[in-house]
Every structure is written in C-alpha cells, then in structure tokens.
Design a protein around this ligand. Sequence first.
Ligand SMILES: Cc1ncc(COP(=O)(O)O)c(C=O)c1O
Length: 383
Amino acid sequence: MISDAEIEVYYSIKANPAVGVCRVICEAGVDGAEIASSGELIAAMASGFDAGRVLFAGPGKTDGELEHAIGEGVGQINAESVGEIGRIDAVAGRLGVVQRVGIRVNLEDGDSGHGKIRTGGGAQKFGIDESQVVEAIGLIEGLDNVEFAGLHTMLGSQVLDADVMLESCGLGIEMAIRVSAASGVDMKSFNFGGGLGVSHFDDEVGFDVVGFGEGLKGLIGEARKNGALSETKFVIEPGRVLVSEFGVYVSRVVDVKESCGETFAILDGGIHHALLPITANSYRVVIADRVDAGGCEAVMLGGPLCTSADQWRSSVELPGVKVGDVVAMMNSGAYGLTASMNMFLSRGTPVEVLVIGGECLVIRERSTAESVLDGQCISESLE
Ligand SMILES: Cc1ncc(COP(=O)(O)O)c(C=O)c1O
C-alpha cells in the first residue's frame, strides 16, 4: 500500500502569495511550493520554503526568470513547450549546473470537462501535447545541462467532485505509464497538478479531501500492482483548497440607492481587490455585524470602478443595508487580490490582515492615494 509520504503536497502560491499566508502554510509542514514567476519565487523564499523544494511551472518563463530560478537552485522546472526545454538547457549551461526538468503534458484525452477552469485537453497554451512528449523526453536526455525529472498534468480547477478529480488523475497515470513504456525512461516523479475545489454554500457538498487521498493511493497502488511507476514519487500542488476558506474580503458600503425598483449598495471595494470572487457570483455575502439577522431584501452590490463589470451579476439577500455597513464575502482567501485589476481607477490595494492565535497582524499595508506615483518616471522634460 502506498503511504501518505509518497504523495507530496506543494502549495501553489498563485492562490494567495501574501508572504504572511505562505509562511503559515510553510510552517504547517507542506512539502514545498509551486511557483509561476520570479515574483512568486521571491515570495516562496521569503516565506521560508527551501529552494530545492520549489517547482517552477507556468507558460512564458523568460530567460531572466529561468536564470533567477536556476541560480536559486529550484528543485524542478516544468517545461511548457519544446522551445522552453532548449532555453532552460542554455541558461543552466551558462550557470554551470544541471537542472532537473519535468514536462507538463497536455493530455490527449483530457478534454472532458474537468472542473470549471480548463487547463488541459484540446489545443492549449499549457504544456506539450502528449503526441510530442516522447520526443521531448529524448531531447532532454540528449542535452548536457538538463535532466529528466518526470511529468506533470493539470486538467482543470475548482473541481468539486473528488470522483471527477480521481478520474482525471487516473487519466494522468495511464498517460504516465504509456509514456514511460514508449520512452523507456524512469518516471522519477508524476505531478497531478492542483484543482481541488471549494464549496461556497452550506448546501453544496465540499470536496472530499480524505476520500480523494484514499482514492489516489488506490489508483497508484493499482498501477504498481501491475508493475508500473514503482519508483515514482507523486506530487499534488493544490492552491485554492488550502487558502480559500480562511479568507474573508470585507468592504464598506459607501452609498445606497434605488434604480428602477432595485436597491443598489455601492462598496469601497470591488474587482480591483477581488475580481474572481465577485465575478464568480457564487460566494456567500453577509453584513459583518448582522450575519444571522432576518428581514433580508434583495440588494445589488457594486464596487467603485467605472465599469459595469464591477458588480455582482445577481442580487444578494441582505438585512436592511445602510451606508457604513461592512459587507463580508466569505471563503474568499484564494485568487482574490492576486488575481484582480489592481491598477484600475488608481484606487490602490487594500490592507491584508492575518488573524492567528487570537492576534490580528497586518501582513500587507493599505496603499495610499500617493502610491499611484510609485515607479512612474515623471521626466522634467514633460513639464
Ligand atoms: C500548474 C498549476 N498548479 C496548481 C494550480 C493550483 O490550482 P488550484 O488553486 O485550483 O488548486 C494551478 C492553477 O492555475 C496551476 O496552474
């Protein structure tokens, strides 16, 4: 039977890159971090992750980012294209090291609706098509400065059903077995990606993490019974499921008005802070000091940005909303500030507060109106 230790968990930093949050996750004992940029590498290092336990994935890695990552000694870089393999080899050669390189595979049979956000199957910017993978491994094997480290797939995100997730993991395992047989290489590692979903309402069934873990061990055990992948180390790299539930996005009601019979509450926060949670339109919203109050009415919530995109797509039920109320969006700790339109209308970024052990710690300061000038080069010759 495969043990828990044989499946490593890497936190996908993109879900919430605040160093205060990453540090808590690192100290909680995850095995490593998955990053997708130089910025995320810096966040990972500042959070206490060991560079050797950092995985660099994602399309569009620049040579500068590769040099940064290889120079830091990241454990593995997952190539998203054949061209990228050559660039990693060249950079590693310049730095005089041999870099471990995995391949993200775009699965041939991955296009079967795994989760809400699809990142595998069909024509994709992600990964190398399965039909080209054996050749890509051959390329790595023939180069001096890279070493083949294994395969990686990810079919989708926000998958709520553990059985659907297991089905996609099963497809990944079958592909790893096919590729291993066709290429003759040792499959040192296989990475199932992230994608474990989060439920937002009491009547939604949450992702069965324990059942998923057991099912995954079962799938791997089955493959091994048939003599496959016996030396392979397995990795999952969840993001959302590790942080979503712990986050609450709060904003204040600045204005309440009626329009064509509908009540609108305009908030001081919007899609510049929480684009994905707001546009998903499926997060529980409450008034912070009247969470269980009755007498609810339908209210359309909108943010302060000058775009109709900055509002909920349908009304929410709130008890007697008034100016000054604090509106809280629950379960919004993932893909909030990090995936938003921070610059729009020059409204700046909000304060981030970590509540831990009964203490409130500011982990990111609110930007000021003057921050709009940060980094801008205002040449005197323009005056
Ligand atoms: C390569 C990779 N790994 C992990 C994740 C994390 O996904 P999730 O937050 O759905 O678990 C993503 C999300 O886009 C990703 O692209």
